[in-house]
Design a protein around this ligand. Structure first.
Ligand SMILES: *Cc1c(COP(=O)(O)O)cnc(C)c1O
Length: 402
């Protein structure tokens, strides 16, 4: 009989009762160090008192009114995000995929409104992940996610990630935009070569294309700056954000320059829930803490510490681990054993971490992770390596001396 919850996930059989900072506690009292963080969502850890207060105070006043009325918390959050980013305007959503849907619609509409309705194609990248809606599975181009859901939404041309010459070759008179994650998350924590984003920005300027970034996973402090593209010193035209922006409350946003948003006029887009008072109260509270003095310094210090420790673990366990990669606290361990086996071994040591493509295990701790927790995670990772090495030792030959 089919499960009452549609069985599209192979769920791990752990039942959590509560979270405290970087820790999750099961109903039977076991404690796990949480380097999954709801897949890069819980940037401030679990049950942060400041976020709990923001949510409960708002919940006592007003939950939802729809976008037919002004939402002051949203006006405030948009103004604050505009002040610290490239953006002049933004649309609030409930998820990452919806933020991408808005971004894709906006890019097409920009070219339409510019008198180039034929420029409705978007260049995307192999290994990308943009969500699970019909448009975002087409944009992501992962055959596994598209199979059986055809016809795929047309309008996407995929090229290898990090290959500027392939991008140039893929541009046609029908190209209107380039869409990418500055660091690929689900694709295996892939950082493009230095200069790639700068080259894409220059190419977009030269050809009249929009640069659309998907910072759903790598944004909101995850790489050690508010947004990952800041490392390259460039500004996108449109950017999709979600995951960390709500700290665990479902929300997202599509940010844009005034020019890029010019086609998104009255009535061209909407959402019943997007940016509702509960989400906006939490979003403002998350931003208060993420923009506080020293927050990014902490992320970068913990990243350096974790990378350093992991580098040593990789060197000691070359049969299990190939390399550490990534930026900030969006880190990946490229495994020599099946990544799923490593995830299981880590869990047996009390560390939760999600797998990604390219045989990588991601390490995505809350950004408030402490030095002690980083050290503990490195110890658990080493213990998991030892566990896997023991398990793969050949059995002694039959009849061998005891
Ligand atoms: C998770 C993710 C999405 C999709 O977000 P949902 O909230 O699951 O719809 C899109 N892009 C990237 C880079 C992501 O990591």
């Amino acid at each position: 009989m089919i499960a009452a919850v549609l069985p599209t996930y192979a769920r791990i059989d752990l039942e959590f009762e509560r979270g405290e900072g970087c820790w999750l506690v099961t109903t039977d009292g076991r404690r796990f160090l949480d380097f999954t963080a709801g897949i890069a969502v819980n940037v401030l850890g679990h049950a942060h008192p400041y976020l709990v207060d923001a949510l409960t105070q708002q919940a006592r006043k007003l939950w939802h009114t729809s976008n037919l009325f002004r939402i002051v918390g949203g006006e405030r959050l948009a103004a604050r995000l505009s002040a610290v980013t490239f953006a002049d305007t933004m649309f609030f959503t409930n998820s990452g995929a919806e933020a991408l849907e808005c971004a894709i619609k906006m890019a097409r509409k920009y070219q339409f409104a510019s008198g180039n309705p034929e420029k409705n194609r978007i260049i995307t990248f192999q290994g990308a992940f943009h969500g699970r809606t019909l448009a975002t599975i087409a944009a992501g181009g992962n055959a596994k996610y598209l199979e059986g859901f055809e016809p795929a939404l047309p309008g996407f041309d995929q090229v290898p990630f990090g290959d500027i010459d392939a991008v140039k070759a893929a541009i046609t008179p029908y190209t209107g935009a380039i869409l990418l994650e500055p660091v690929q998350g689900e694709g295996g924590v892939r950082v493009p070569p230095d200069g790639f984003l700068e080259a894409l920005r220059a190419l977009c300027d030269e050809k009249g294309l929009l640069l659309v970034l998907d910072e759903v996973q790598c944004g909101v402090g995850r790489t050690g700056k508010l947004f990952a593209h800041e490392w390259a010193g460039i500004r996108p035209d449109i950017m999709a954000v979600a995951k960390g922006i709500g700290g665990g409350f479902p929300m997202g946003a599509c940010l844009a320059t005034e020019a890029a948003a010019k086609g998104m006029t009255l009535g061209t887009h909407g959402s019943t829930y997007g940016g509702n008072p509960l989400a906006m109260a939490v979003g403002n509270a998350v931003l208060d803490l993420v923009l506080a003095d020293g927050f990014f310094d902490h992320v970068n210090a913990m990243s350096a510490r974790l990378k350093d420790k992991l580098g040593a673990v990789v060197a000691r366990h070359p049969r299990v681990l190939a390399e550490v990669r990534g930026k900030g606290l969006l880190l990946g361990l490229k495994a020599q054993v099946p990544a799923g086996d490593l995830v299981t071994a880590l869990r047996a040591e009390g560390l939760l971490a999600p797998a990604a493509a390219d045989n990588v295990v991601r390490l995505l701790p809350p950004l408030v992770v402490s030095a002690d927790e980083v050290d503990l995670a490195a110890e658990k990772i080493e213990a998991a390596c030892v566990r896997l090495e023991e398990a793969s030792k050949p059995l002694p030959a039959k009849g061998a001396a005891e």
